[in-house]
Design a protein around this ligand. Structure first.
Ligand code: FE2
Ligand code: FE2
Length: 312
């Protein structure tokens, strides 16, 4: 089957988007970001004759601070993501309505995480602001991804963000942060379901093309926050803490979606689709092997640390 062009795909998928938009609006419960912020913990900073920030004011561990900062800066870059989805989905019909609704929901994620961090003095606010400026000035650029690639990417990305917010919340051991991030993660989950359903429908309309898009996105997946200053170093700390690592990425993000889409049970793929599915298998094997190596190395390092502590 010849590949469908973007206009045809947009048109063919439009009823599915409309149906899923209605579904989303019916299940997405209204919530108030300000209700999750412990305002009474807040006080002025230096310029208003208050106290400047210093690290001992934070009750969070250094890794918890890093994870929260990465999650927040990722959310902060929303204008770039809006630009990307608007470019791919357009402004018309249910696609355009979804773009605005999704953007409005995403907007509150950064507000409430920032409010929480500022009033609790969880992270250095100057450093945070400088990192925000830098992140947004770089911006996020998907490199003109095609429609189906965008749909596949955001399915994985929304699920990755959900897992990462959830695990960060648990890691902080602060019940307020945990509750806040669990609420944000519920939004991400509904976003994931929306995109997952679009990809599901695309697999029926254009199976070969969609399998190719999924294979491409699994092979090249990068977190949207990968442009944050010092991201690699921060991602390593987050992975070492088990908040988000390759094992989690493989087991809790990539595989559940592939299973849901029944990628390996699909029948009737053409030669291109079959080739893409083999590529996907290869990427999964490589990801799984890298995940196992990482977990082994982490366990070995932890055992070494423990032995050292016992000796001293
Ligand atoms: Fe978000
Ligand atoms: Fe989201």
């Amino acid at each position: 089957m010849a590949p469908l062009d973007t206009d045809t795909l947009l048109r063919e998928l439009d009823p599915v988007v409309e149906q899923n938009l209605d579904r989303h609006l019916a299940v997405a419960k209204e919530w108030m970001p300000h209700e999750y912020v412990p305002w009474s913990d807040g006080r002025n900073f230096a310029m208003l004759d208050g106290e400047p920030w210093s690290v001992e004011q934070s009750t969070l561990s250094s890794t918890a601070r890093t994870a929260l900062e990465v999650n927040l800066l990722t959310e902060d870059n929303l204008p770039s993501y809006h630009r990307e989805v608007e470019r791919a989905f357009g402004r018309d019909s249910a696609w355009g309505t979804w773009v605005n609704r999704w953007t409005a929901e995403e907007g509150r994620h950064a507000f409430c995480i920032r409010d929480y961090l500022l009033v609790t003095r969880g992270v250095d606010p100057d450093e945070l602001e400088r990192a925000r400026m830098e992140t947004m000035e770089v911006g996020y650029d998907s490199g003109d991804k095609q429609l189906l690639n965008v749909c596949a990417y955001v399915s994985f990305q929304e699920l990755a963000t959900r897992v990462s917010h959830r695990n960060t919340g648990t890691y902080t051991q602060d019940p307020i942060a945990e509750k806040l991030l669990a609420r944000v993660a519920m939004d991400e989950n509904l976003h994931m379901i929306f995109y997952r359903n679009i990809v599901q429908a695309a697999l029926e309309i254009a199976p070969d093309q969609t399998v190719q898009a999924i294979a491409d996105e699994v092979a090249s997946f990068q977190m949207p926050g990968s442009i944050i200053p010092g991201f690699n170093r921060k991602a390593v700390a987050i992975a070492k803490a088990g908040i988000y690592d390759l094992r989690i990425h493989h087991d809790d993000v990539v595989m559940p979606l592939l299973r849901q889409w029944k990628i390996f049970e699909l029948e009737g793929l053409g030669p291109e689709g079959e080739k893409a599915r083999r590529q996907l298998e290869d990427s999964l094997a490589a990801l799984d092997a890298a995940a196992s190596r990482f977990v082994e190395q982490r366990a070995a390092a932890a055992a070494k640390r423990q032995a050292r502590q016992q000796r001293s």
